[in-house]
Design a protein around this ligand. Sequence first.
Ligand code: FMN
Length: 222
Amino acid sequence: MSRYFVGLTGASGHAYARTLIRALVGAGCDVDVSITAAGCKVLRHEQGFDAGVEGEKLGAVLAPWLGEEIAPRVRAFTGSAVEAPPSSGTSLTGGVIICPCSMGTLARASVGFSSNLVERAVDVALKERRKLILVAREAPYSTLHLENMLRLSRMGALILPASPGFYHKPKTLDDLVDHVVGKVLDALGVQHSVGARWKGIPRPEEDRGLDGARQPPLEDDA
Ligand SMILES: Cc1cc2nc3c(=O)[nH]c(=O)nc-3n(C[C@H](O)[C@H](O)[C@H](O)COP(=O)(O)O)c2cc1C
């Protein structure tokens, strides 16, 4: 199944969503996307795109936000569109990814409270036992946040926090974003070339030339 649902919420990190959707479409997948009211505010603040109050302009910003070549493979739904296909288990999907996932959406999802299409899509993934990935973002986590994550994890959701590693020696913000998105794509089983794969710590002789001089790092040094 190569249609995925990506839910955008009011957590920080909409750059992750942009890279994720672009990568899914680049891998030949179709994407359904919806956004919460808070998500609209954060998308506007972080990425500079106005999706309206509850996502009514989301469809119009897909091309400028994601790219002209990506937008045709993406269906946009307002947050209140609980009648849309992702609301029903009969509408098949390869997985639901909430990226970024706020603690509010996470809390409501953990108790089956579906007040918008994003939360309903989570509810459907849980009841149908489908792939569900929550790219949670908050710092620090309260005990309540952690308990909600544990409850969802026990129900089968994958909690994949927006916590990029630094062992791949990132040089740009995109490198950090790619590290998290690559893990999401791996978890979905989608083939991709987003982010560097770890190849181990170079041995000292790989770090130095025969004369002992330092070598420049390899292009894909992980
Ligand atoms: C700029 C900005 C950044 C925010 N970042 C986060 C965040 O990283 N994590 C989080 O849980 N809430 C964050 N919030 C707060 C949520 O947007 C807020 O709790 C909202 O009610 C979540 O609603 P939603 O779950 O329906 O999207 C942020 C709010 C703003 C305006």
